[in-house]
Design a protein around this ligand. Structure first.
Ligand code: SF4
Length: 476
């Protein structure tokens, strides 16, 4: 129904190495180095700093024309040396950009060489761990970069601690690994659930502090917080792994299951009523403990809020775009609210996205037929919006030009959000997140349509240039 471009016009995704930074930045004492040209790291540092409103350091091997012709071996080694001298990290995540991949540098081999030259061993306690991940941006998006980096981190740590002949020492912990980057507020909310229900858990990656740190005078070179390294090393001993997201494949969860016999479970990102219900149901199944009363109360309040706003949201046509799993969970919630998500789109090339979205539509509102688009750019999204005529847009801030041109509200959610503050504090997960999101959508609709139906109040006279006495009279 919509035209598809032969070239990308305003991408609806970000670079693959950017996704790797979102993952690496959630690991304790970790620095990121991009092997490629300087512009890549500048663009991604700015992008992340504008979104999270935090300083974001990302080093670069700064390949120039010479490196592009003769290979980037020396640049990468020099970059690693600089990072070690300036930041003194415990882990360095090395992600490739388009240029390094195009010239075909063998990054794992260069890292092996560098470690030999510098006398860096494989001891988790004493040595610096260097984790390479291949993230050419012309292949995929920040979503796959995030998933690949988490997989590389888990594999590197598991292989360093794994002694095939040694007995596994079960730790009774629960591994939790999302397939897409959540906000620091979301991570904090989920950690609270696991603290109450699981006791011992390992959340990977934990950006709750690293991307939302308290202000301090002695700013550390590497933000404090992140998943502790000894916890990552302990993941193969956990009782189970819970993946958050069911559209994209969770490589780290699969690896732990296949190579270390850690049973893997997956639920949708817990946004909205039924997705949060599934999340708690799965936790009860895995951990065998009841749902704390606090969350049952929150669920009841969410239901109450849904009833309250039903008259404003029923039948409202929405367009939702962003990362595949996030969009899937949001779409489920929109359907639960009685809204019509007429256009559901992701910029990532996701094999299962359309089928998953159609399945959930079939389950909740079988009469309804949304347009579902996969791997699109903003130009295609703009055309689709013209055809589907939504009354509200839900997605990241890059859709603001479409919303402005059509004079419809945009509820900002996901990444990036550059034109508003507070992205790090946006809560969408859990019953509480659903309530907050519900309020934001409803208020945006009310603001745009003026359909508020409370008892009518007269215009206050105080603004009409009346005298002081008349105003006082009016207040009485
Ligand atoms: S598309 Fe490639 S070259 Fe451009 S910023 Fe991203 S990684 Fe760098």
């Amino acid at each position: 129904m919509t035209k598809r471009n032969y070239a990308t016009v305003n991408p609806c995704v970000m670079c693959q190495p950017m996704g790797s930074a979102l993952a690496f930045k959630g690991i304790e004492n970790t620095m990121v180095l991009y092997h490629g040209s300087q512009g890549c790291s500048t663009y991604m540092r700015l992008h992340l700093a504008h979104h999270f409103r935090e300083p974001v350091d990302i080093a670069s091997s700064s390949l120039s024309e010479k490196g592009a012709v003769y290979g980037g071996r020396e640049n990468l080694k020099k970059g690693l040396r600089n990072v070690i001298n300036r930041y003194n990290p415990k882990v360095i995540g090395v992600a490739t950009t388009c240029l390094a991949e195009t010239i075909g540098d063998d990054v794992p081999a260069i890292i092996r060489e560098f470690k030999e030259e510098e006398g860096i061993g494989d001891d988790l306690e004493k040595d610096i761990i260097i984790v390479p991940v291949s993230t050419p941006s012309y292949g995929e998006s920040h979503v796959s970069g995030y998933i690949k980096a988490l997989d590389a981190i888990v594999r590197t740590f598991a292989e360093k601690t794994g002694d095939e002949s040694a007995e596994k020492v079960p730790n009774e912990k629960l591994n939790v690994i999302p397939v897409e980057s959540l906000s620091p507020a979301d991570v904090r909310e989920l950690k609270e659930v696991f603290e109450l229900m699981a006791g011992d858990y390992i959340f990977l990656p934990d950006i709750s502090e690293t991307f939302d740190a308290p202000l301090r005078e002695d700013l550390p070179k590497i933000a404090q917080g992140g998943t502790p390294l000894f916890e990552i090393a302990d993941m193969p001993n956990s009782q189970a792994s819970l993946g958050l997201g069911t559209v994209s494949k969770n490589l780290a969860v699969n690896y732990l299951e296949e190579s270390h016999d850690v049973p893997g479970y997956s639920v949708p990102i817990p946004i909205g009523l039924s997705n949060t219900d599934s999340f708690f149901t799965e936790l009860v199944k895995i951990l065998g403990c009841p749902i704390p009363v606090k969350y049952l109360q929150e669920r009841g309040r969410l239901l109450d809020a849904m009833v309250d706003v039903h008259k404003y949201l029923y039948g409202v046509k929405a367009a939702i775009y962003g990362d595949p799993d996030f969009v899937f969970s949001l779409t489920t919630f929109m359907l639960e609210l009685g809204m019509n998500p007429v256009l559901v789109a992701t910029g990532s090339k996701s094999r299962d996205f359309e089928a998953k979205v159609r399945q959930i539509v079939e389950k909740i509102n079988p009469e309804f037929e949304p347009v579902v688009l996969n791997g699109i750019d903003f130009d295609t999204l703009n055309d689709a919006v013209s055809q589907c005529n939504p009354e509200i847009l839900i997605g990241n801030s890059n859709g603001r030009y479409i919303a402005k041109a059509r004079n419809i509200p945009l509820v900002r959610v996901g990444l990036p959000i550059h034109d508003r503050v507070g992205a790090q504090r946006i809560l969408t997960v859990g019953y509480r997140g659903a309530m907050e999101f519900l309020d934001r959508i409803t208020n945006a609709i009310l603001e745009a349509t003026d359909t508020f139906t409370a008892p009518v109040q007269a215009e206050p006279t105080v603004h009409a240039g009346k005298g002081k006495e008349e105003c006082v009279e009016g207040i009485r």
